[in-house]
Design a protein around this ligand. Structure first.
Ligand code: PRP
Ligand code: URA
Length: 209
């Protein structure tokens, strides 16, 4: 079964409190979302494999460690996932970016896919799927299904806020995918919104409404 990591780091919790606040406007919301993305990426990449390399300093030759193994691909689920990508790329500028476009039907809450583009040789890479919200889990499950159909096998999922219902559904559908969450909330309301949550992430990032 997948592992679920809920971040209790004070900086993440501090920034999340401003992200949740309805008085926070789009500009600050975007900045904070990216900052939390960077802090989370730091932890998510903790187990990346290293290899020894020889480096010549101005003083002498020494042995250092560099990342080895699978190259990282961030995959934001459009639209709202885009709000975390800059923060992630600040930390890992050499990462590639794939995209999965999905929207959730407001009546049925079912995800509808409209766009997918990922780098070549997906089997050689670690994919980190990014979305601020894990509500029913439908969008994350569909995005990961789509990646797996294209040959992706090594996947992690990260979000700002999750509902327990979404975490459960995602773990059942994809037990091989570890989940990283900044805030685990109480429940979903009748409209499929996370309670207390932060409202509609896409609207708050892009100023639509
Ligand atoms: C939001 C959010 C997730 C999805 C979560 O996207 O960014 O992708 O809802 O809900 P779920 O877990 O119940 O599927 P939305 O469909 O509103 O699209 P948007 O990002 O384009 O606004
Ligand atoms: N999508 C959002 O943007 N917010 C929620 O609370 C649930 C789904």
């Amino acid at each position: 079964m997948s592992k679920v990591h809920v971040f209790d780091h004070p900086l993440i919790q501090h920034k999340l409190s401003f992200i949740r606040d309805k008085r926070t406007g789009s500009k600050d919301f975007r900045q904070l979302t990216n900052e939390v993305g960077s802090l989370m990426a730091y932890e998510i990449t903790r187990d990346l494999p290293l290899e020894e390399v020889e480096v010549e300093t101005p003083i002498q030759v020494t042995t250092c460690k560099r990342l080895s193994g699978k190259k990282i691909v961030f995959v934001p689920i459009l639209r709202a996932g885009l709000g975390m990508v800059d923060g992630l790329m600040n930390l890992i500028p050499s990462a590639r970016v794939g995209h999965v476009g999905l929207y959730r039907d407001p009546e049925t809450l079912q995800p509808h896919e409209y766009f997918v583009k990922i780098p070549s040789r997906p089997e050689e890479r670690l994919f980190i799927v990014v979305d601020p919200m894990l509500a029913t889990g439908g969008s994350a499950i569909a995005a990961i299904n789509s990646l797996k159909q294209r040959g992706v096998s090594n996947i992690k999922f990260m979000c700002l806020i999750a509902a327990p219902e979404g975490v459960e559904a995602l773990r059942l559908a994809h037990p091989d995918v570890d989940i990283f969450i900044a805030g685990l909330d109480e429940k979903l309301n009748d409209h499929g919104y996370i309670v207390p949550g932060l409202g509609d992430a896409g609207d708050r990032i892009f100023g639509t409404k």
